[in-house]
Design a protein around this ligand. Structure first.
Ligand code: SAH
Length: 406
């Protein structure tokens, strides 16, 4: 009898899902997504557990690879590997994570960055932020959730971290049928304060309880750019959170920095970090609603040479586009109103659901309504540790515009 020449361990048989005839435009072009209306679904397929690994074929039999499947979501399939028989285990994760790590090590001197940015790093549904030997893991899909064990194994092998913490409290999880969950995956619970090093500033973050993964690495380059402009100038940082822009500006030699946020715990972190960095004498922290504070400053004819406004997402869902767009316009008008002649203004949006063009238009109209002439100096997105998948331009969510005002 002839022995078969393939490997002795045959790959696990996976359910096969087929694209409808002529459907799957994006996956054919190389995108790692298939939408629920693009596939033929038998009763058996519909009964698959959310997160099951499947093989996807075109109606002509063309193989697209190994995907995970959720019968309940609009993005029904996300690709893990172009090989339809790939074994998704700790070794597979090691390969992906090592690539992601090599990119960050080329970009940064210090081990503080987003290590994994979902589809941009070939790991859909997964975010990992690295704070030296502490890793914060965010999982937003049922598919990635079923792979938590091999993922944790691989992270431990690759980086030998002291702690790995799961922050499973993103809104997106609800669509996938995942419950909110915050717990240690490895090591003890996190301390309430951790140091984040960025642009030569030592910030404080509360990674277990703070917003998102506890720190917004995405604005790193924009903070550095604004810090360069802030030297010897007065700065207003609206929506400062833990002092991201404010402390970078003060450290770079700003004359005076006023940082505003509505969250007392976030301001406490910013203030502690200002003291630790020896710049507290030039910083003040104000708990207030930004729109109210801008109104008050305008009424008192107070202005600043550098104004930064990096708000929470105003367009949370597509249906909020028009109201959110109006809020961005109003914020641009009011922020321009307190920017000194010859000053600089940064306006940012982290809403996936507003396009870069629309956001720029609303900012332009707002600045115009404030009666100001502007030159657009810089249009930027998130830092390079937030790579986008080239076939998924919508995953580039952050839009940051910097103007010089006359
Ligand atoms: N610029 C920050 C990130 C801002 S996140 C950085 O560089 O890290 C958005 C912040 O807006 C949060 O800290 C939140 O507490 C704050 N916020 C939300 N609504 C607000 C409001 N109406 N007035 C003031 N702050 C607000």
């Amino acid at each position: 009898m002839q022995t078969p020449d393939h490997s002795p361990m045959s790959p696990p048989a996976r359910p096969v899902l087929r694209l409808k005839p002529r459907e799957g435009r994006r996956v054919r072009a190389g995108a790692p997504w298939v939408f629920s209306n693009e596939i033929l679904l038998s009763q058996e397929n519909k009964a698959l557990k959310p997160g099951s690994l499947v093989e996807v074929l075109g109606d002509d039999g063309r193989p697209f690879g190994t995907f995970y499947f959720n019968p309940k979501t609009l993005i029904a399939l996300r690709r893990l590997d172009p090989d339809p028989h790939a074994t998704i285990d700790a070794a597979w994760f090691m390969t992906r994570l090592s690539k992601a790590l090599a990119i960050r090590e080329a970009l940064y001197d210090r081990p503080f960055y987003r290590l994994v940015h979902a589809e941009g790093d070939g790991l859909p549904g997964l975010i990992v932020d690295r704070f030296d030997d502490v890793l914060i893991v965010q999982i937003t899909t049922a598919g990635m959730n079923t792979l938590l064990l091999p993922l944790t194994d691989a992270l431990r092998q690759l980086l030998a971290p002291a702690q790995i913490m799961l922050r499973g409290d993103a809104q997106a999880r609800l669509l996938e049928g995942l419950k909110p969950e915050i717990r240690a995956l490895h090591g003890p619970d996190l301390p309430e304060r951790l140091v984040v090093e960025e642009n030569g500033v030592r910030y404080r973050a509360d990674l277990g309880h703070g917003q998102k993964t506890g720190w917004y690495f995405d604005q790193r380059d924009n903070r550095s750019f604004m810090a360069g402009l802030a030297r010897k100038r007065s700065v207003l940082d609206c929506y400062t959170y833990a002092g991201g822009f404010a402390l970078a500006a003060a450290k770079a030699g700003a004359r005076e920095v006023v940082a505003v946020d509505s969250s007392a715990p976030a301001l406490a972190l910013a203030e502690e970090a200002a003291v630790a960095n020896g710049i507290a004498d030039r910083c003040s922290f104000l708990k207030a609603d930004v729109f109210e504070e801008l109104d008050r400053l305008a009424a008192q004819r107070e202005c600043f040479q550098v104004v930064i406004a990096d708000p929470p997402p105003f367009v949370r869902a597509r249906k909020d586009l028009e109201t959110g767009a109006k809020a961005y316009r109003k914020l641009a008008r009011m922020a321009a109103g307190v920017t000194a002649p010859g000053g600089f203004l940064l306006l940012a949006s982290c809403s996936h659901n507003i396009s870069a063009e629309r956001f720029a238009l609303e900012c332009a109209i707002g600045i115009e309504r404030a009666g100001r002439e502007a030159a657009l100096l810089r249009q930027a997105g998130a830092g390079a540790d937030h790579p986008a998948h080239p076939m998924l331009p919508e995953t580039a969510y952050l839009k940051t515009l910097v103007y010089a005002l006359s």
